[in-house]
Design a protein around this ligand. Structure first.
Ligand code: HSE
Length: 322
């Protein structure tokens, strides 16, 4: 799990009173970003979740992590959810109060399934939930704060809003459009045992690409939106990409090999986010068993196959019992 360094924000000056005992429960889906041609732009929310309870307490910082990341992630103010909460409070000039955080995580870390984006969104949503009635946050505010922490909006947008999201940046901040995918679209995620660093994957990208490759990706990403919401039979062509996957292939050779095998067999397979997991955007649930067989035949190591539903709701925050 990684993220951009916390961006500078004016040091918070005010403590907000009356929050002790407030508690919220937050649930955030996994996400797959890029979807082939939509680098740093398209993302899909998937029905695997991290869930957290956050309670404002009298003093200290208490963190418990269960499930994914247990015994691995720091249990202090370096914890990404806590950093995201502190950043959200600081954006309104407020100091994060003492909290108790209990996380139950299911989103695999370092596999290209948006675990850092989910942790950031969890922190932003928990902060907004605890500040209910004190500070208001619009959808654009939530996306902006989460994107500042993640560095790019394509994971945090679907984690926040669910479904298929198109995210883009403007001088006023990031914006998004949520779309509901065609009911036939049936994601299959193949997860290897090894991790991949997003920073390493991004470092392999050239600063410039040939104009014809840019045009290639403009055509495929436009087609991909149509394929995902209306014409899933076009998904194999619509998931072609020349902007990122070939540059990163050397860092994840088995991912590259499996994707080629899957695509040759007619399955719309792409790198999920920065990898190393693979997302197959099957156009019908009945295609998934064959995709699993093709991947098993081509793989040298163990890969976990997850047939997942699309999450249409995005992150939720509700009051909880303290
Ligand atoms: N768009 C991002 C990338 C997603 O591919 O680098 C992973 O964070």
């Amino acid at each position: 799990m990684s993220s951009a360094p916390t961006p500078p924000v004016a040091a918070p000056t005010r403590a907000v009173g009356g929050l002790v005992g407030r508690a919220v429960r937050v649930k955030v889906p996994a996400t797959s970003a890029n979807l082939g041609p939509g680098f740093d732009t398209l993302g899909l929310a998937l029905a695997v979740y991290d869930e957290l309870d956050v309670t404002v307490i009298d003093s200290g910082l208490e963190i418990e992590v269960h499930g994914v990341g247990e015994g691995e992630v720091p249990l202090d103010d370096r914890h990404l959810v806590v950093r995201a909460m502190a950043h959200t409070f600081a954006k309104r000039g407020l100091v994060l109060p003492p909290i108790r955080l209990v996380a139950r995580n299911s989103i695999p870390h370092g596999r290209g399934l948006g675990s850092s984006g989910a942790a950031i969104v969890a922190g932003v949503m928990a902060a907004a939930g605890l500040l209910e009635g004190v500070e208001a946050f619009s959808a654009d505010d939530l996306l902006e704060i989460a994107t500042e922490l993640e560095g790019h909006p394509d994971n945090v947008a679907p984690a926040l809003f669910g479904g298929l999201t198109i995210a883009w940046t403007t001088p006023e901040g990031p914006r998004h459009k949520k779309l509901i995918v065609h009911r036939g679209v049936s994601p299959l995620v193949l997860v290897p045992e090894h991790e991949m660093s997003t920073a390493l994957a991004r470092s392999l990208q050239p600063a410039q690409v040939p104009h014809e490759d840019a045009v290639f990706n403009v055509s495929r990403s436009a087609l991909l939106v149509a394929a995902l919401i209306q014409s899933p039979e076009l998904l194999l062509q619509a998931t072609e990409d020349k902007l990122h996957q070939s540059y990163r292939a050397e860092a994840m050779p088995e991912t590259d090999r499996l994707i080629k095998a899957l695509r040759t067999a007619g399955h719309p397979a792409v790198v999920s986010g920065a990898g190393p997991s693979i997302l197959v955007l099957a156009s019908d649930p009945s295609e998934r068993p064959d995709a699993i067989r093709v991947a098993e035949d081509a793989a040298d190591t163990a890969w976990q196959a997850l047939a997942l539903a699309v999450d249409f709701k995005g992150a939720t925050v509700v009051p909880a019992d303290a």
